[in-house]
Write a protein that binds this ligand. Structure first.
Ligand code: FAD
Length: 477
């Protein structure tokens, strides 16, 4: 083949539309798309459930690229320059990825390619606004969400999303597995332990599926979102987080779809969530240590438990704490790879404030189990719940899992679904079965300690312990 391709390196932008780097490539010549599974680098950003998603997403992308997507596994620093040399490519383009390991990788890859005389062009496509516009005029970061939100509003209307490039031509015949390419299965992304059978029912993966999900959300669930988004039994939210995480759809595309509708409170509430995502990305941009270090250094002294083999941690992971809303959430997470936002907050708070485990242990578990696991959003939210993050609620606000259940799962539909052993308990005792009289437990067929655990800790005592630890931490600063 005499034509020389432009290499397009797919990373966490697994879509064809609203893709600035792909537009750039398509404007220059025939495009050879490549995805490289570089285990050492993805280790940081892709947990086990997330890899399952990536596997399906690459299959969908392969269809979108009409079989031209070259799949490679190994060191990107070696493989991408090699592919450029093999094909004679003079230009490589990509959209930036913001995880620290990905940023370090792209600096190395760029240096190698440029040494070889290959030109590199990079774009940004993961956030609403370029990261250079996410900070204050003096170059520092916003620390409070409301000020950040006002700053974005002051930036004016977002540019319209880009269409599929009309000039897009794929390079070569659809023989993705030739010339060093591999079959998708050879990337071995699917977890070895097949605990993921439940994922298929919740997950439609890929760019086309993300659009369908957005349309369904706008038609069927946007109305009532502002109040319904807090109720875990209701499927009121968009379910777009995993598609956003792998870039199957861009936040700008979602924003533009909302902007095309008449303004309403539900729409505003939904867009506000996208701004929270932007705030998380801004945090990772300004503090690359966000996934590992407390943003508020005073918390470095907090006496969190860090023993990852502790029995109480396993009880939390397995949904065996004796607190029904927490346990329902942790079982939903394990079986479906998803977890409702309200229940994420309650389960996370229980781990860090009632069991006093370090937030990083919870962050790691979510990272491995969530289909939408995202280094920026997961880390920022864990820090927020733990009290050491930006704009965190005051430390003394500790979620009470009994009151949260009574308020947000008022008819118990969510908790009964995930804890069938408690399904026959009257609503009055559903979130505090240890308070049920023996006759009520007998009638519901529940023997505490046998069918369902007794509470792992006492809520009032553990709350006092957390507050005392916090007071001690503050005093030591
Ligand atoms: P929708 O309600 O439809 O919201 C639309 C979009 O807004 C979401 O898809 C997401 O991109 C964004 N969004 C919504 N809430 C938040 C938020 N609090 N912070 C940042 N972005 C938000 N979100 C992730 O995408 N990945 C994670 O790994 C993740 N880990 C979390 C861990 C904890 C402890 C907590 C409390 C929250 C976490 N979140 C995470 C945020 C939130 O729970 C999910 O984004 C949301 O539940 C996804 O469902 P949805 O797409 O239906 O959301």
């Amino acid at each position: 083949m005499s034509e020389i391709p432009v290499l397009y390196w797919f990373r966490q932008d697994l879509r064809l539309a609203d893709n600035p780097a792909l537009c750039r490539a398509a404007a220059v010549g025939a495009v050879l798309p490549v995805f490289i599974w570089d285990q050492a680098v993805f280790e940081q950003g892709a947990g086990a459930a997330s890899r399952w998603w990536l596997h399906q997403s690459l299959a969908a992308l392969q269809r979108g690229c009409e079989g031209r997507l070259r799949l490679l596994a190994g060191s990107t620093v070696q493989l991408l320059p090699q592919l450029a040399a093999q094909t004679g490519a003079r230009l490589v383009v990509w959209n930036r990825a913001f995880e620290p390991a990905q940023l370090a990788l792209e600096a190395q890859v760029r240096a190698r390619l440029e040494q070889q005389g290959v030109r590199v062009e990079c774009c940004e496509a993961a956030t609403l606004w370029p990261t250079s516009q996410l900070g204050k005029a003096d170059g520092t970061a916003y620390q409070v969400f409301s000020a950040f939100h006002r700053h974005l509003q002051a930036l004016g209307p977002l540019p319209a999303p880009l269409s599929l490039p009309v000039t897009l031509r794929w390079y070569g015949p659809p023989t993705a597995q030739t010339a060093g390419g591999q079959a998708l299965a050879a990337l071995a992304l699917l977890p070895r332990v097949a605990w993921y059978q439940g994922f298929g029912s919740v997950a439609q993966v890929g760019e086309v599926a993300a659009w369908q999900r957005l349309q369904q959300f706008l038609c069927q669930r946007l109305s009532g979102y502002a109040s319904g988004r807090d109720l875990p039994a209701r499927e009121q939210t968009s379910g777009l987080a995993a598609a956003l995480r792998w870039g199957e759809i861009s936040p700008r595309q979602i924003w533009a779809a909302l902007a095309a509708l008449p303004a309403c409170d539900d729409g505003a509430a939904f867009l506000r969530q996208l701004v929270w995502r932007e705030f998380c990305y801004a945090q990772l941009h300004f503090w690359p240590q966000l996934p590992w270090r407390n943003l508020r250094a005073a918390f470095d002294r907090f006496p969190w438990q860090t023993d990852s083999s502790a029995a109480a941690l396993r009880c939390w992971q397995q949904g065996q704490t004796g607190y029904p809303l927490v346990d329902a959430g942790m079982r939903q997470l394990w079986h479906s790879g998803t977890l409702h936002n309200r229940v994420r907050m309650v389960t996370a708070s229980f781990l860090v404030k009632n069991l006093l485990f370090h937030w990083r242990l919870g962050q790691r578990w979510f990272h491995d189990c969530l289909l939408d696991a995202d280094l920026a959003c997961n880390s920022a939210n864990w820090q927020w719940v733990a009290g050491c993050g930006l704009d965190a609620a005051p430390y003394f606000r500790i979620f009470n899992p009994v009151a949260q259940g009574q308020r947000f799962d008022a008819d118990g539909a969510y908790t009964r679904r995930w804890l069938p052993e408690l399904a026959r308990l009257p609503q009055k005792y559903l979130f505090c079965p240890w308070q049920a009289p023996p006759a009520v437990l007998r009638q519901a067929g529940v023997v505490l300690g046998q069918h369902y655990p007794l509470p792992l800790v006492d809520l009032a005592t553990s709350r006092q312990q957390a507050l005392a630890a916090f007071a001690h931490t503050k005093a030591a600063v």
